[in-house]
Design a protein around this ligand. Structure first.
Ligand SMILES: Cc1cc2nc3c(=O)[nH]c(=O)nc-3n(C[C@H](O)[C@H](O)[C@H](O)COP(=O)(O)O)c2cc1C
Length: 226
């Protein structure tokens, strides 16, 4: 399936059915997780059949129900961890979507259940990603326009690859749907897109997720700028 199609199908889903992940789905996810961990030097783990971490949690953005599978997004605690978590974590989300699963990034308030995973002393957990078969497939989020998230370039004069990238970035999940990112084309090198983070709590993570969509859809790499 084309990346843009998968991105259009993905919406945050927080309520899940009892259907378990089959062995083949777990295997496919695990392959993608290993790849992504290698690419980003991360240590993302998949936890299955564990209902306690998100048991009966009421959250400001809707109630999480029946979540028994999730990803623990973690890695070495350096300046690039949030960026890489978004850039590579979203690749697992899109793979999950392609496999018919639903998902939701969750940044706060989770509970680490004893014996489920380990975090080395030099590591940090960035967030969790809920996975499973949703009660429904979610709905499209309200979205900003091209001109609201692009600096320097007007839609009419932007190259096709850049337009495709922005279309994909606007489909990306962001914390509280803020879409607080700005893209630009590097003035010195027309082939490089930049995503600019404002440095607020989840903005670097959000920028990584948006950049992930941009890169996959445009086949161009994105640099983070502050
Ligand atoms: C970094 C990040 C953190 C998020 N944290 C939460 C959360 O704690 N609780 C929640 O219900 N949704 C959370 N979300 C989901 C967002 O609310 C959702 O992505 C956004 O509203 C856009 O909707 P969509 O994902 O359906 O496109 C988070 C999303 C991201 C990217």
């Amino acid at each position: 399936m084309q990346y843009l199609e998968v991105m259009k199908q993905r919406h945050s889903v927080r309520k899940f059915t009892d259907k378990s992940l089959s062995e083949s789905i777990v295997n496919e996810l695990s392959t993608q997780i290993s790849l992504v961990n290698q690419m980003g030097d991360l240590s993302i783990e998949l936890i299955t059949n564990e209902p306690k971490a998100f048991g009966s949690m009421i959250r400001t953005f809707g109630r999480i129900k029946n979540c028994r599978n999730y990803l623990v997004v973690k890695g070495k605690n350096d300046d690039f961890l949030d960026w890489k978590a978004g850039l590579y974590g979203e690749r697992i989300v899109l793979k999950a979507q392609e496999l018919g699963l639903n998902s939701c990034w969750v940044a706060g308030g989770f509970k680490q259940v004893e014996g489920t995973f380990t975090v080395r002393t030099d590591e940090r957990v960035v967030c969790y990603i809920l996975l499973g078969y949703g009660e429904n497939n979610g709905i499209s989020h309200k979205t900003k326009s091209f001109d609201e998230v692009v600096r320097q370039v007007k839609y009419e004069s932007a190259p096709l690859w850049f337009k495709r990238g922005i279309e994909a970035a606007l489909l990306a999940p962001t914390a509280m749907n803020k879409q607080d990112f700005v893209f630009a084309i590097d003035a010195d090198n027309e082939e490089i897109a930049l995503v600019i983070s404002n440095g607020s709590k989840y903005s670097t993570l959000d920028c990584g997720i948006a950049a992930s969509h941009f890169e996959l859809a445009s086949e161009n790499s994105v640099k983070l700028s502050k």
